[in-house]
Write a new protein. Structure first.
Length: 280
């Protein structure tokens, strides 16, 4: 009981002190123009600081909405890019630009909720599943590279076999010489992969860009993958190129699942199981 009374007494003393301070400031401000100006500046500075903090907090909580909008805009741009590429490839057909079909590929934005980069068989988990139209063997990409392919699906989530898997392969092209080879990770570092089967007569330089070839059934052509960072001769007939990846897999967050409209027809015409599932 005594402790409670002391607490109430301290609280009363604090309130009286605050009231007296407020009264003193009011009297000073009333009787001195200079001091009133200084007090108003101090009050304004404190108010601005609180307003700035509140604004930063509001912007932080709005980042999710902004990112979703940007993902939707990127999907629209990708669809338009695919439509224009399809039209340009059919320029021999009169009025093809006006009658171009809908894009061959469609894109479903997703977020990475789990990711590994330090294993020999790395996987990702994304927040889109069967209810979003995701099925097995769909490709997963970003604007900075091939990410992998859908290994299995649940109702709301899907498992992705990462390109950072020593068993996962994909077709790629050297843009300078238009020579294609096979991308396959060597398990050493998440920042590099290896491009195999480049003929010894191929002309290339360190720094040349590597993109997806389009020969895969699941990855669109022309997606930037990385640059040539080195090479070594294998068996005297082919080069193995070290590719510095554009995408930082350790910081991967936003991805796009690729849906191809004619995949069932293509699968019916191919006998190779290797081209399905990211050519693994």
């Amino acid at each position: 009981m005594k402790g409670r009374n002391q607490y109430i007494l301290h609280l009363i003393n604090l309130l009286v002190f605050i009231l007296l301070e407020a009264a003193a400031l009011w009297l000073i401000a009333r009787n001195s123009v200079i001091q009133r100006s200084d007090i108003l500046k101090s009050v304004s500075a404190v108010t601005n600081a609180f307003s700035s903090g509140a604004g930063n907090i509001g912007r932080y909580f709005s980042l999710g909405r902004i990112n979703r909008r940007l993902s939707e805009e990127n999907v629209a741009l990708r669809r338009e890019n695919d439509r224009l590429q399809a039209a340009l490839s059919d320029l021999a057909v009169p009025d093809s630009l006006l009658t171009a079909e809908s894009p061959l590929f469609d894109y479903i934005p997703a977020l990475v909720v789990s990711n590994s980069t330090d294993r020999l068989h790395n996987i990702l988990i994304i927040n889109k599943g069967e209810r979003d139209g995701i099925t097995e063997d769909m490709g997963v990409v970003t604007d900075r590279g091939i990410v992998g392919y859908i290994l299995s699906t649940g109702e709301r989530y899907s498992k992705v076999s990462s390109i950072l898997d020593i068993d996962n392969m994909a077709s790629a092209t050297l843009t300078g010489s238009n020579t294609f080879g096979v991308i396959q990770w060597d398990g050493k570092t998440a920042r590099r992969t290896v491009m195999h089967d480049i003929p010894v007569h191929t002309v290339f330089d360190d720094g040349d860009t590597v993109v997806s070839s389009g020969y895969s059934l699941i990855y669109p052509p022309g997606i930037p993958i990385g640059t040539v960072g080195g090479h070594r001769l294998r068996d005297g007939v082919n080069y193995d190129l070290t590719i510095d990846l554009f995408e930082e897999f350790s910081r991967l967050r936003h991805v796009y699942v690729v849906s191809r409209r004619d995949i069932e027809e293509l699968n019916a015409l191919t006998d190779s199981d290797g081209e399905e599932g990211g050519e693994s």
